[in-house]
Design a protein around this ligand. Structure first.
Ligand SMILES: Nc1ncnc2c1ncn2[C@@H]1O[C@H](COP(=O)(O)OP(=O)(O)O)[C@@H](O)[C@H]1O
Ligand SMILES: [Mg+2]
Length: 495
């Protein structure tokens, strides 16, 4: 590639040099010819004048003119006013035609100096003819013509041309050399740009051109580098988006699998026991009530599961409508505890409420608050053995941005949660012990619902736990409407 560009540039330069040589030659040879002919013309004219002055016109006969021609190294011809040739140094006058119509004689016979170059009719080579009047005044009776072949002039011109061509060629040599060096470096740079464009075309967007070069090629490199960087960014962005789409698709698929699985177990149980009853167990008085209870229990599970799924999908699709208002914090919390107390009492678990700041107010949706706290209390009761204790309470905290929040806590004396599971606890269907959760009537959706409800208030949830040492769940809610996220507040009723 480099070689091709280099050769092209060199070829162009050589052509240019050739054109320049031809132009110089034409110009120089034209000038030299004009100069040499003019010089020869004036020298012949001078010789003619000297000859005429030294001779009486009548004495220029054939013999004399031959001698003079030898001395002047020119052919001499004398012509009368009527064009007749009176004497000639090289031919017999009688054999020569009338010369009246020769332009040089026409000038000379009018008293001027006539000069002309033309090919001789007798010999066929180029001659310079200069004719001078042999008498003063406008109407001389005789004119003398001096003729000289232009051979010498032409040889001089050839020598001058050769010299000029030599010097022009010499002058061009360094120019071609320098141009060659420049062409080589340009071709090198150009081919690296071309190679880089090829890299881009092949999808290698990390490559970059060295940006040290200046001029148009430097600008082109810079633009290509910018294009490469832009493409690299776009590809990265697309890859990230693609990965995120992949992740979402996996989440969706897992969710569908989980839901079907969760539905299948109670449905299969209902179907099985219903068939058993139909097949005759209906009349088995020992078992029929037990089977019906199992059916009812599974139906309840299905109801709970579908209710949880509905709540979750409303929260995720942001179609759940909230009714926010300010409540006395201690009273709101106490109300929920009261409803769970009977369930806890069955396991002889006590739920205690620690005193929070008096006159504290929380800004929330009371139904959502009920769902959050009852879910946490329900878990605490489920995962705490008999005779345990659950402690609840709240305190005011300030976020780094200065806003005021209330942090609630639900602490139990139960089995605790392994650290590895803590970060995933709030995911849909995530359970530390699936079988145990199911046995206890759990769906694995409770904490996910808690997280979404709290987030809709602008708050957050977290857990602190050690295995065997119980677990404490924390969540925050705002003290006034300034904490509610805009997208929630937009569609909510605020009292
Ligand atoms: N207080 C707790 N103590 C120990 N483990 C808990 C507690 N609360 C929740 N978990 C664990 O978190 C899981 C998810 O809880 P949750 O979403 O409420 O589902 P579910 O209660 O239906 O199993 C539970 O299955 C359990 O493993
Ligand atoms: Mg639960």
């Amino acid at each position: 590639m480099t070689a091709r560009i280099f050769l092209k540039v060199i070829a162009v330069i050589v052509c240019l040099a050739g054109v320049a040589l031809v132009a110089a030659d034409l110009l120089a040879s034209g000038v030299a010819e004009r100069f040499l002919v003019a010089h020869l013309t004036s020298s012949l004219q001078d010789k003619g004048r000297v000859l005429i002055r030294s001779q009486a016109s009548g004495t220029l006969d054939q013999a004399r003119i031959r001698i003079l021609a030898e001395a002047t190294e020119a052919r001499l011809t004398v012509v009368a006013a009527d064009g007749r040739v009176l004497a000639d140094s090289e031919a017999a006058p009688a054999s020569m035609e009338n010369h009246l119509n020769r332009p040089e004689f026409q000038d000379a016979l009018q008293g001027k100096v006539g000069s002309v170059t033309r090919s001789s009719r007798t010999i066929g080579i180029d001659f310079l003819y200069v004719a001078v009047p042999m008498e003063p005044g406008p109407n001389p009776r005789y004119a003398l013509r001096l003729a000289m072949p232009l051979k010498a002039v032409n040889e001089d011109i050839r020598a001058i041309r050769a010299r000029i061509l030599q010097s022009v060629a010499l002058a061009f040599l360094p120019a071609v050399l320098i141009a060659g060096i420049i062409a080589r470096s340009m071709a090198g740079r150009l081919s690296s740009v071309i190679a880089y464009a090829g890299e881009l075309a092949n999808g290698n967007f990390q490559a970059r051109l060295p940006s040290s070069t200046k001029g148009e090629l430097g600008l082109l490199s810079q633009k290509l580098n910018e294009t490469g960087a832009k493409l690299e960014r776009t590809v990265q962005q697309l890859q990230t988006e693609h990965a995120e789409l992949d992740r979402l698709e996996r989440v969706r698929r897992d969710f569908v699998i989980n839901v079907s699985h969760e539905l299948r177990t109670p449905l299969a149980s209902i179907q099985g026991y219903a068939e058993t009853l139909i097949d005759g167990a209906l009349h088995d008085e020992k078992n029929n009530l037990r089977f019906l209870n199992i059916i009812r229990h599974n139906a309840e599970r299905l109801t709970g599961l579908t209710a949880d799924l509905l709540t979750l999908s409303r929260l995720e699709l942001r179609t759940k409508e909230f009714r926010f208002a300010a409540f006395r914090t201690g009273e709101l919390l106490g109300g929920v505890i009261d409803t769970i107390q009977p369930i806890a009492a069955r396991k002889n678990i006590s739920i205690e409420q620690e005193d929070g700041p008096a006159d504290s107010e929380v800004f929330c949706d009371s139904e959502a608050f009920y769902q959050v706290v009852s879910n946490l209390l329900d878990n605490a009761v489920k995962y705490t053995p008999q005779n345990g204790t659950i402690t609840t309470g709240f305190h005011h905290i300030a976020r780094p941005d200065g806003s005021a929040w209330i942090e609630f806590y639900v602490r139990d004396t139960g089995m605790g949660i392994p650290v590895d599971d803590q970060s995933r606890l709030f995911e849909r269907f995530y359970r530390v012990d699936k079988a145990r959760s199911r046995e206890l009537g759990g769906t694995g959706l409770g904490l996910s619902i808690v997280k979404h409800l709290v987030r809709a208030h602008g708050g957050d949830v977290r857990v602190e736990s050690e295995i065997g040492a119980g677990a404490t769940f924390f969540f925050t809610l705002p003290v006034d409407d300034s904490g509610i996220p805009e997208h929630v507040a937009a569609s909510a009723a605020i009292a």
